[in-house]
Design a protein around this ligand. Structure first.
Ligand SMILES: [Zn+2]
Length: 258
C-alpha cells in the first residue's frame, strides 16, 4: 500500500502524494500549483508517475500544465465537469477504475456532484480522496449542484467502511468543527476533536486524514438524519422541514452564513 504525504499549497490546500513501497514514482492528487510538487519531488529524488484530479477548480488543477511539460505522465480526471480541464488523458465517471500497476492499489471512481457537477471521489486501499466534497467536519460549498445532490453524494461516502481514511482538499477542519459545535453544543465528540485538532495545528501538522467513522460522529453534513441535528435545523429555519434534503439545505446555508 502506498504511503500518503500532504504537500501544503496556497493558504490552506493540500496536494496529496502517494508513494508506493520500493518505487521512486509518485502519484499526485489535485496539484493546484506545480512548484510545491516539484520541490517535494526534488527533495526526495522522486519522479512523477501520474496525476489524479477530483474536480475542475484551478486550486486543484493549476499545476497540471507545468508538471506535464516536465513529466510525460497520465492525468486522470472527471468526465462530466461543465468546464473542461486542460491536460486530462483519461476522463472518468461513476463505476470506472483507475489501475496504476506500480502503485499497489486500485481506485474506484464515484460521482459526487454538489460542489461541482462533475466532481469525482476516488476510493481504494482503505483511502478516500474526496477533493472539495467531504471535508473533515464539513462539506464543500454548493457552487454548481443542489443540496439534494450533495446530500446524496455524502450518503454514498458515509456508506464506506468506518476505518476508511479521508484525504480532502483543504485544511478547513477547525472552522468546520466550530460550526459543528454551534449546531450540536452537547456533542462531546466534537468538543474533544476540536482540542485534538487545535493541538495538531499549533504544531503546524495537518488535521488529516480523518476517517469515515469519526465524520459520522462530528460532521453535521454526515448527520442530517440525527434527531439533534434535525431539531437544530428546524429551529434555525423557524418551521418544520420536509425531509432530509431540506434539513441538509438549511445546514449548508447556515454554514455559509456562519
Ligand atoms: Zn473546489
Amino acid at each position: 500500500m502506498p504511503t500518503v504525504h500532504a504537500i501544503p499549497a496556497f493558504s490552506d490546500n493540500y496536494i496529496w502524494a502517494l508513494i508506493p513501497d520500493n518505487e521512486n514514482r509518485v502519484v499526485i492528487v489535485d496539484p493546484g500549483d506545480a512548484a510545491p510538487v516539484q520541490s517535494f519531488l526534488a527533495a526526495r529524488g522522486l519522479d512523477l508517475g501520474a496525476i489524479l484530479i477530483t474536480h475542475h477548480h484551478p486550486d486543484h488543477t493549476g499545476g497540471i500544465g507545468a508538471l506535464t511539460a516536465e513529466y510525460d505522465v497520465p492525468v486522470y480526471g472527471p468526465a462530466r465537469e461543465r468546464q473542461a480541464i486542460a491536460g486530462l488523458t483519461a476522463r472518468l465517471a461513476d463505476g470506472d477504475q483507475i489501475d496504476i500497476d506500480w502503485l499497489g492499489c486500485r481506485f474506484d471512481v464515484i460521482d459526487v456532484p454538489g460542489h461541482t457537477i462533475g466532481h469525482i471521489a476516488l476510493v481504494g486501499g482503505g483511502m478516500l480522496f474526496s477533493g472539495d466534497t467531504l471535508f473533515h467536519g464539513g462539506c464543500g460549498k454548493l457552487f454548481e449542484g443542489s443540496a439534494g445532490q450533495m446530500r446524496a453524494s455524502l450518503e454514498r461516502l458515509r456508506a464506506l467502511p468506518d476505518d476508511t481514511s479521508i484525504y480532502c482538499g483543504h485544511e478547513y477542519t477547525l472552522k468546520n468543527l466550530q460550526f459543528a459545535a454551534a449546531v450540536e453544543p452537547e456533542n462531546a465528540d466534537i468538543a474533544a476533536r476540536i482540542e485534538q485538532v487545535q493541538a495538531l495545528r499549533d504544531r503546524q501538522q495537518p488535521s488529516l486524514p480523518s476517517i469515515i467513522g469519526l465524520e459520522k460522529r462530528v460532521n453535521p453534513f454526515m448527520r442530517w438524519d440525527v434527531p439533534d441535528i434535525r431539531r437544530a435545523a428546524r429551529e434555525r429555519h423557524g418551521s418544520d422541514l420536509d425531509g432530509p434534503d431540506a434539513v441538509f439545505a438549511v445546514l449548508r446555508q447556515w454554514k455559509d452564513d456562519f
